[in-house]
Design a protein around this ligand. Structure first.
Ligand SMILES: [Zn+2]
Length: 453
């Protein structure tokens, strides 16, 4: 490949304000075991690069999987930027970020690329063997790994190289009583093959969950107190709050948090962060613009404190970029994305939260939902639920769903436990990003609970 610096000099000579080149080399591997049979094994590597050019107020972005074509890609990116500028009636720019020179390899004990495929097949078989088949009618166990090497070079002088390994395992089981019920759990993170150990802890969690679901009742409906478990609390802050804190949605007027910086948006004692330096599935040392990753304290003691920002949204909002730019791979430009979104633990015991509830719901783990960041509304489905009566858990529930207004709900957090757990997920926003979300148990005084539609 031609030296990126030479290529960018040429683009600047032709009038570009700014350009960057992100070169990536990917190794991917996955195994899926369905009902004891290997359903799919895929393994492969690929490399490519993307050139991003800013010309006046227009962006051009061209990726290629043939590194010999990078000069042509850079020329196409520049002409795209020029024509995009002609149709732009809004000014844009990039907030300043520190120039970085670095070469980072994220730590791992055992490189997944050094582990035989046979061992990965044994892993999914072994996990499946540990699932109690008495009430399980079908199983699916997945293992997946990615190792990416990136090199980000900007026309301002940043040159960052990094290697990021990620490993995940998923367990999906279904069973049948009067209805079909499904339970899922995932484990993994940023690091090496050693992270697969965590999957063994999830076997009992997922089978216990299915067992409860098969004998569960449907929930009461109406306005009720609800306790989220750490997994659901994490997904809630990611989906309902985290997306609304993304700089691009804020600068385009699609967030209920617009103009609320410094205002009280949650109850006292609520602290929310999005932290790419936290040891989770969304960990990285630099973002895809070469800005150093840093912890973003989004809510500090109930007050809206920061947003997640790339350089362009930071420019538009007159703030400082904080490492919020992430791209799925070398084919696409970075967008503002979350990393590891966390609500910090409080000082109550889980039992104390339960004791506070006369009649309500204890909901565990998410099974999807919908959010409107602009209107600030949400609807979530829990995988597992329990009825709480007179401060005690009385019976399992299924098809628990609840909805409300994000900001009202954050104000209605009346108890936060002192425990903590983080889970893994894949966030979709046109592109997929690996993320973690975590938190303690969290009591909401009042949400609208209903059966799943
Ligand atoms: Zn998301």
């Amino acid at each position: 490949m031609i030296d990126p610096n030479r290529l960018m000099e040429d683009l600047l000579d032709k009038g570009a304000e700014y350009c960057d080149i992100r070169k990536e080399e990917w190794d991917r591997m996955s195994v899926t075991l369905k009902d004891g049979e290997i359903d799919k094994i895929s393994q492969g590597g690929e490399e490519g690069a993307i050139v991003r050019v800013l010309y006046k107020n227009g962006w051009g972005c061209v990726g290629t999987s043939n590194l010999d074509d990078i000069k042509e890609a850079s020329e196409r990116a520049l002409s795209m930027a020029k024509s995009s500028d002609e149709f732009k009636n809004e000014e844009t720019g990039l907030a300043e970020t520190e120039i970085q020179k670095d070469d980072v390899k994220m730590p791992m004990d055992e490189n997944p690329l050094d582990v035989d495929t046979e061992e990965k097949i044994s892993l999914v078989r072994d996990l499946e063997d540990k699932i109690n088949r008495d009430f399980v009618s079908s199983t699916e166990v997945r293992y997946g790994e990615t190792v990416v090497e990136k090199e980000i070079t900007t026309s301002e002088g940043t040159q960052v190289m990094m290697e990021i390994p990620r490993v995940i395992t998923y367990l999906i089981i279904t069973g049948e009583s009067d209805t079909i019920q499904r339970a899922t759990e995932g484990a993994g993170g940023t690091g090496g093959y050693e992270l697969t150990e965590k999957a063994y802890e999830k076997v009992d969690v997922v089978t216990e969950r299915l067992k409860k679901l098969l004998e569960a009742d449907t929930p009461p409906s109406g306005s009720l107190p609800l306790i989220m478990d750490p997994s659901l609390a994490g997904v809630f802050v990611h989906e309902a709050f985290g997306h609304a804190a993304e700089g691009d949605l804020l600068s385009s007027g699609n967030s209920c948090l617009k103009g609320k910086l410094g205002e009280k948006v949650a109850a006292d004692g609520v602290n929310i962060k999005d932290d790419p330096t936290f040891k989770g599935y969304g960990q990285f040392p630099y973002d895809d613009e070469g800005t150093k990753a840093k912890n973003r304290v989004l809510v500090k003691d109930g007050v809206l404190n920061d947003f997640i920002l790339d350089r362009e949204s930071a420019w538009k909002l007159d703030m400082e970029p904080n490492g919020g730019a992430r791209a799925e791979d070398f084919r696409v430009k970075p967008l503002v994305r979350m990393s590891n979104t966390i609500i910090e633990p409080g000082d109550l015991k889980f039992e104390e939260l339960i004791e506070k509830v006369d009649k309500g719901i204890y909901a565990k783990s998410s099974s999807g939902g919908q959010v409107s960041t602009a209107e600030g509304t949400f609807q979530f489905n829990a995988q597992e639920g329990y009825l709480i009566e007179d401060g005690e858990i009385v019976k399992p529930l299924r098809d628990v769903s609840f909805n409300g207004f994000t900001l009202e709900t954050l104000q209605n957090i009346t108890g936060i436990s002192d425990d903590f757990e983080a889970g893994i997920g894949h966030c979709g926003k046109g592109q997929t990003a690996s993320v973690s979300h975590g938190g303690p148990h969290m009591l909401i005084s009042d949400v609208t609970v209903g059966g799943r539609e």
